[in-house]
Design a protein around this ligand. Structure first.
Ligand SMILES: [Zn+2]
Length: 576
């Protein structure tokens, strides 16, 4: 006798045998009892969860000689014919291979002949989303004026691809992806019926691999039986399915905990020599960190689809990692997996990913970091107060404290910085004003220049960013230049010798830029662009023309004592 695959041998014969879809089977049974069967149903859901099985059960329930009944007898000629797929009243059509208008025309033609007396004509169209538009239109006409005793059951894994005009004429049932536990439970029952000895870990591995599909679970069990016979253990299952031993993932956790880079390289080597699939390893590793994350976040084993023993280990590892670390680890694994897909040197990417994970320094909570910044700031402010007691500006009678505050341009002042450095741009400008000789009334038609070159220089980046925000192209051109001189109201901006094009562009829109600079500096300046003929630009320029994040970061590190302290205190690094 030929071997019948498990999925077929144990196909549910009654609604109550269908696992995990009670919300569908209950409703259909009620509809049968109340004689309220619709003309068209749409069964949507992942593959292998029982859509066509339920469609056939419904067909049997309606056409059983003792029906319509919620418990088809499976003994009458109608039930047997349907079970054997040879009923003249029930048509199973594969939408993927019969997707054209002609097939639907044939279908409509067949509607002209009524079903056998007392029976329903039932069309089960699987993968209905594959039909062409013309086919859908033809189908729609039938659905708009459904003949009596005709029932359509559409099954699809992609309901979103079915036109809404069709959807609106169907009663829709969404089949659920099966949980690993219900797949494992079902497989355990099958194993008992088949007199197969199988351990719990094997059932878990198979259910996990089946990924929500009972049919896949059953066919994997078929394979395992063919491979291992009637006595199955988890090592055989893992071997057959190429499943990577969970132990390896826990090993990675430990390497990270110990910071053992050497061990990481060894592990990558082992994965290579054992012939494991790198992608599967990284996907499994991401899953592993995800499990720790779930253990950490939920404090409940229910969300973890793992064996009890592993569950305990995840919980114990949860304390070793912070949520941010786990998110970063998952990202590293996912990124590497992505890279390996597109690269011929998978081993290198795997190695780099493992070393990256192991070298990953622990994330610092942002709140903790901010508190720390506050502390440092307070200290430096106190320091500044001691060094420079408050002075009162007599001229304006406005009390003014020359204290280190977080001004926009200079960031947070250095704790031991000179007083001039700790002044805000506003106070600097005030000082400049005071230094200038008194001007006659007549001359004040033109307002005096109330800004110092050093301020323009220190705020140059801010100015460029502002222009960029308003006029992106002009801002980019301007960023190539650097302010080199302020003569009266004329601001000289020097450009590289090769930047002739930039100068021309800026000069064409000079008025616009001058207006924008006036908006940000509150001073009207005249812009003069010059070419750097002597090659001094690189010496005076304090910020490179185009800054990438890394240079920006190292610059910040140099200029800002607080950032420097943070980096030193926490051994921080720049993460993209
Ligand atoms: Zn029957």
């Amino acid at each position: 006798m030929s071997y019948v695959v498990l999925a077929r041998k144990y196909r549910p014969m009654f609604f109550d045998d269908v696992v995990g879809q009670q919300h569908v089977t209950k409703t259909l049974q009620n509809a049968i009892e109340q004689n309220r069967i619709a003309n068209a149903y749409l069964f949507s859901g992942p593959r292998g969860v029982g859509k066509t099985t339920v469609a056939r059960l419904l067909a049997k329930a309606l056409n059983c000689e003792h029906g319509p009944t919620t418990k088809p007898c499976n003994k009458c000629s109608s039930c047997i014919e349907i079970n054997e797929s040879r009923s003249l009243d029930v048509f199973e059509i594969d939408g993927a291979s019969n997707r054209g208008i002609d097939e639907i025309r044939n279908l409509r033609e067949s509607l002209r002949y009524s079903p056998n007396p007392g029976k329903h004509r039932i069309y089960i169209i699987d993968e209905v989303h594959m039909l062409t538009n013309e086919a859908f239109n033809a189908l729609l006409k039938t659905l708009e004026e459904p003949p009596t005793n005709v029932l359509f059951i559409f099954a699809t894994t992609e309901a979103h691809k079915v036109p809404t005009t069709i959807l609106s004429r169907c009663q829709r049932f969404d089949f659920k992806r099966m949980s690993n536990k219900s797949i494992a439970d079902q497989l355990r029952e099958l194993a008992v019926k088949e007199k197969i000895e199988i351990d719990e870990e094997s059932l878990r591995l198979i259910a996990n691999k089946a990924d929500g599909s009972m049919r896949d679970g059953e066919s994997i069990l078929d394979q395992v039986i063919a491979f291992a016979g009637t006595k199955i253990d988890s090592a055989q299952v893992a071997d057959l399915l190429g499943i990577i031993d969970q132990e390896l993932f826990f090993q990675v956790s430990n390497l990270i905990k110990k910071g053992d880079v050497h061990g990481g390289v060894d592990l990558a080597n082992m994965i290579f020599t054992e012939g494991y699939n790198f992608n599967e390893f990284l996907i499994g590793l991401a899953e592993h960190f995800r499990n720790i994350l779930v253990a950490k976040a939920t404090h409940s084993a229910r969300e973890l689809d793992v064996s009890e023993e592993h569950g305990k280990r995840y919980f114990s590892q949860a304390d070793d990692f912070q949520v941010e670390d786990l998110l970063r680890l998952i990202k590293i694994a996912a990124d590497a997996e992505n890279l390996i897909r597109r690269s011929s040197n998978g081993r290198l990417h795997l190695e780099v990913a493992l070393v990256k994970m192991i070298k990953l320094t622990k994330s610092v909570q942002l709140s903790q970091l901010l508190n720390n910044i506050e502390d440092i700031k307070k200290k430096s402010e106190q320091q500044a107060l001691v060094n420079h007691p408050p002075i009162v500006n007599n001229a304006s009678h406005t009390p003014y404290i020359g204290m280190a505050t977080s001004s926009a341009s200079s960031g947070i002042a250095d704790s031991n910085g000179a007083r001039a450095d700790s002044l805000s741009p506003f106070s600097k400008r005030l000082e400049t004003l005071k230094k200038q000789p008194p001007v006659h009334e007549a001359e004040t038609e033109q307002e005096p220049v109330t800004i110092e070159f050093s301020e323009i220089e220190s705020r140059w980046k801010e100015i460029v960013e502002y222009v960029k925000k308003k006029k992106i192209a002009l801002g980019s051109f301007l960023s190539e230049g650097w302010p080199t001189q302020l003569e009266g109201k004329t601001l000289v901006v020097t450009f590289g010798a090769q930047n002739g094009f930039h100068i021309n562009s800026i000069e064409r829109s000079q008025k616009v830029i001058e207006k924008l600079i006036a908006e940000i500096l509150n001073v009207k300046l005249i812009l003069r662009c010059v070419k750097d003929e002597q090659g001094v630009l690189d010496k005076v320029r304090k910020i490179p023309a185009r800054v990438d994040k890394k240079t920006q970061f190292s610059q910040l590190l140099e200029e800002n004592s607080i950032v420097k302290k943070i980096v030193e205190t926490f051994d921080a690094e720049l993460i993209d």
